[in-house]
Design a binder for this molecule. Structure first.
Ligand code: ADP
Ligand code: ZN
Length: 529
């Protein structure tokens, strides 16, 4: 006869003290746990580090039966199960890394009512056999972790998540909880609808991480800027540096090491033994800087990461928030620093253009990028922009670069007009299109071979922009790209007019631009005219 695992503890507080050794619940942990313990559904939106795991682990210990946890991150699953077992919780997992006998043992323990918690990868759960196995035993709660993976428009969509909506009818009477650390209003709605959590109570914590200072600098010499940033931090600060490509990860780690920084590389192209060694040094030793692709960090529980640096632009604000959220989980001051530049914008637009997929999908990727650029180019508070993106109103924070030092703005209308009309002339009169470099040469009146050969020194805008430096022009172009006044065309990143270019050409729309084009050095900002 099949048995339900008995309740291990009479109250949530008892489980909290005895199993986890904590004094009290944090934030709305207790309220969410109560809702589930009483058999109700819940949707939990809380930032990384808030303590979402206890929200399903404790009900699993207080209610009879076994708690089912759907989690897409196998490494995280292993860590959590190990930690639970170390605390005396009877936890196990079912995933593709297991051999058949191991799996059979877990299944047997579940059916015998000997498990408090069972972790299952979503692809296992979309299996009819896994579901029927689970139906033969008794579940106490169903937790769907990383619930934003159900969002088809999100940055982390996993098709297997779509089938999780059926769990409510397949396991009637079992309370369900969906949890995520990344959710805009739209994703929140999608989670609720697709997972059919219409009756659920919603627990939404502030996404603010007040101890993280946000800083975004224009990219000039990324490595040197990164080095200067790391050196500006307290000595032997642990940090993560995110780069887009494996090659850039390797080169950056190597460069930092030659500069005396204890830097290690981490990406999917490295041998798994090297990855494991680097990860454990990062976790164990003080002051290791991990240079990594975004493959690194999910499920890494290192509370004293003092900074997260991005030397390439993340693809979305959700990604940026998640990655920067790995800093300062201990609540102590931490910094999220990023350098971004025109190259990032052009490269990502090109990747979007060339990506397979429907127009609407590409448009969505473009929107993600635009939101990211809006954060980079904002003249207002970074945190306000970031929280606003997640639908959370807030005031200026006083702890980001733009709050600490109000960015100077200047009216970029006239330079924008010069640039746009150069593009229009080249296009209309000669059927030509060029990238940023050549356009800037024309505007600055440079005398290059290409300009002479093409006769571009005869254009009426030739030399009209000599009052701005090359860097200034690149910033203008970057901000015009960010604002959709310019759009990149084709695989060479040539520039064309965007939708709102017309109103700029007619002088109807102001073009406020950040003056701090060269970062904090102060030199080379455009002169006020
Ligand atoms: P999340 O899943 O929201 O990112 P975790 O569940 O991993 O967060 O919890 C983050 C850290 O906070 C963990 O080390 C966890 O043990 C700890 N924690 C959770 N709840 C409490 C609490 N009530 N009191 C003290 N520490 C807690
Ligand atoms: Zn601020």
């Amino acid at each position: 006869p099949l048995a339900a695992a008995p309740a291990r503890y009479a109250t949530s507080a008892e489980a909290l003290h005895t199993v986890f050794g904590y004094e009290s619940f944090r934030g709305n942990q207790a309220a969410a746990i109560d809702q589930i313990v009483q058999g109700g559904d819940a949707v939990v939106l809380m930032p990384t580090g808030a303590g979402k795991s206890l929200i399903y682990q404790i009900p699993a210990l207080v209610r009879p039966g076994t708690g089912l946890v759907v989690s897409p991150l196998i490494a995280l699953m292993h860590d959590q199960v190990d930690a639970l077992v170390a605390n005396g919780v009877r936890a196990a997992y079912l995933n593709s890394t297991q051999a058949a006998p191991q799996r059979a043992a877990v299944e047997g323990a579940y059916l015998a009512g000997e498990l408090d918690l069972i972790y299952v990868a979503p692809e296992r759960l979309s299996n009819a056999s896994t579901r029927s196995l689970l139906q033969r035993g008794t579940l106490s709660v169903i937790a769907i972790d990383e619930a934003h993976c159900v969002s088809q428009w999100g940055h982390d969509f996993r098709p297997d998540y779509l089938t999780l909506g059926e769990l409510g009818t397949q396991f009637p009477g079992v309370p369900r909880v969906a949890l995520t650390a990344t959710a805009t209003d739209a994703t929140h709605r999608e989670i609720t609808e697709r997972l059919r959590l219409n009756e659920a109570q919603h627990f939404v914590a502030s996404f603010d991480r007040p101890n993280i200072q946000y800083r975004i600098d224009p990219k000039v010499e990324p490595r040197k800027q990164l080095l200067a940033f790391i050196r500006s931090q307290p000595e032997r600060s642990a940090g993560i540096v995110y780069a887009l490509s494996r090659k850039s990860v390797d080169q950056t780690a190597e460069y930092l090491r030659t500069q005396g920084i204890d830097a290690l590389a981490y990406h999917a192209g490295l041998d798994s033994s090297i990855r494991a060694a680097h990860q454990s040094r990062f976790l164990r030793d003080d002051g290791v800087v991990m240079v990594a692709t975004i493959a690194f960090g999910m499920g890494i529980d290192k509370p004293d990461v003092r900074f997260v640096a991005h030397i390439d632009l993340p693809k979305s604000v959700e990604g940026y928030y998640q990655e920067t959220g790995r800093a300062g989980r201990d609540g102590e001051p931490a910094v999220a620093w990023m350098a971004y530049g025109l190259g990032d914008v052009v490269q990502q637009r090109r990747m979007i253009d060339q990506s397979p997929g429907e127009r609407s999908y590409k448009m969505r990727l473009g929107q993600h990028l635009d939101a990211m650029l809006a954060l980079c180019e904002t003249v207002g508070c970074r945190r306000q922009n970031l929280l606003g993106y997640f639908g959370e109103p807030s005031g200026a924070c006083g702890n980001c670069d733009t709050c600490l030092e109000a960015p100077d703005t200047w009216d970029g209308l006239v330079p924008a007009q010069k640039l746009l009309s150069t593009i229009v002339r080249l296009q209309r009169e000669r059927g030509q299109a060029f990238g940023a470099g050549h356009l800037v040469d024309i505007l600055r009146g440079a005398s290059t071979d290409r300009i002479r050969q093409q006769g571009h020194d005869a254009l009426s805008t030739y030399g009209l922009g000599a009052d701005l430096t090359d860097q200034d022009w690149r910033s203008v172009i970057r901000q015009l790209l960010a604002g959709g006044i310019l759009v990149p065309k084709g695989e060479y990143g040539t520039l064309a007019l965007g939708e709102s270019a017309g109103s700029v050409l007619r002088g109807e729309a102001p073009v406020p631009l950040r003056r701090d084009v060269l970062g904090r050095t102060g030199s080379g900002s455009p002169r006020t005219r």
